[in-house]
Design a protein around this ligand. Structure first.
Ligand SMILES: C[C@@](CO)(OP(=O)(O)O)[C@H](O)COP(=O)(O)OP(=O)(O)OC[C@H]1O[C@@H](n2ccc(N)nc2=O)[C@H](O)[C@@H]1O
Ligand SMILES: Nc1ncnc2c1ncn2[C@@H]1O[C@H](COP(=O)(O)OP(=O)(O)O)[C@@H](O)[C@H]1O
Length: 291
């Protein structure tokens, strides 16, 4: 029997949900090369799980390895060490990861793991840092970390750090996972990328506007993504999330989403999850605060 991904020694188990970029516009390029975006983030009720236990010796130890990511480069370890250092905390932690989200898929698994680590250790180490300081620290780890720390569906501007919380419908999504790794840096350096979309107001989004400006470049460069969009478009309007590779379509209920999932070829894995305006992480943290 394989041992559980998170053993009983864990004192705290928290989810690290996925996100979707329901739209993503590129407004321009900053002097530092990063792109100014407008994007709409919503969480999914599907994600990784992390377990935490206190260490008195100050060490940070991640006990779960993920392919191609060295221990010290893992965003979980980087987040934990950064918080420990900035807070001057003498405590350490054992951390376990149950990795369920595909990596490099534009659904934010690494950033979400980092955010869960920050909030989990803030709780375990009793630092009392709170979301605002943790989000600022998280931005140094990745552009998508702040929204996961905040845990509210949001309209994001800048590189993703200016967040306006938003109430969206919570449909079911079918997320298809093309079996290819899309390089975010490559997409953003493509000369053909649209970089001059005029800024829009949140209100026009709620009336159904928006697209993903990365999609034309990604589907041109990656036939796996192009084929996934063609397949999914046969059933539902399909769109790329982030810089991909994942593509998604929305449904009014789980049954309809599952029905389409069953019709996709085996070469195109997928999952079905509900869009959520409050992340599962924050729902769980709220129950801990009540105890
Ligand atoms: C564009 C989004 C939308 O969610 O894509 P996904 O990664 O989720 O697919 C993210 O904000 C991505 O954030 P993140 O994945 O943290 O990007 P980083 O690793 O910081 O960036 C990788 C590279 O992409 C380019 N980059 C990234 C973000 C941005 N706003 N402008 C850029 O030009 C930069 O060249 C950077 O060196
Ligand atoms: N805990 C982690 N989970 C996933 N990826 C990680 C993690 N730590 C570091 N990484 C690195 O970050 C990259 C982007 O990860 P991920 O967040 O899954 O993709 P995306 O930004 O496309 O949504 C991965 O390809 C991997 O090299």
């Amino acid at each position: 029997m394989t041992p559980p991904a998170i053993p009983a020694a864990a004192q705290l188990i928290l989810p690290a949900p996925a996100k979707l970029n329901l739209m993503l516009h590129i407004l321009g390029r900053r002097a530092d090369g990063y792109h100014e975006l407008q994007t709409l983030f919503q969480f999914l009720d599907h994600g990784d799980q992390l377990g935490f236990a206190l260490r008195e010796d100050g060490q940070i130890r991640l006990h779960s390895q993920i392919a191609g990511v060295a221990h010290d480069s893992n965003l979980i370890v980087r987040a934990a060490r950064r918080l420990q250092q900035d807070a001057g905390c003498p405590l350490g932690a054992d951390i376990w990861l149950d990795k369920r989200l595909p990596m490099g898929g534009g659904i934010g698994g690494g950033s979400s793991d980092a955010a869960t680590t920050l909030l989990g250790l803030d709780h375990l180490w009793q630092l009392g840092w709170g979301e605002e300081r943790l989000a600022a620290l998280g931005l140094g780890l990745g552009a998508d970390v702040p929204v996961f720390v905040r845990g509210r569906a949001a309209f994001a501007e800048g590189v993703g750090e200016r967040l306006t919380p938003i109430e969206l419908a919570e449909p079911w999504f079918l997320v298809a996972i093309p079996q290819v790794l899309v390089s975010t840096a490559e997409v953003f350096s493509d000369p053909e990328l649209t970089r001059d979309t005029p800024p829009i107001k949140v209100r026009s989004l709620l009336e159904g506007g928006g697209r993903n400006d990365c999609q034309p470049v990604v589907q041109k460069r990656y036939p796996e993504v192009r084929n996934a969009l063609i397949l999914l478009n046969k059933f539902v309007p399909a769109r790329l999330t982030g810089t991909g590779a994942c593509v998604f379509g929305s449904f009014p209920n789980r049954v309809d989403a599952d029905k389409v999932a069953r019709q996709l070829p085996a070469a195109l894995p997928s999952f079905v999850a509900q869009g959520r305006n409050v992340s599962m992480l924050h729902r769980k943290l709220a129950t801990l605060a009540k105890k």
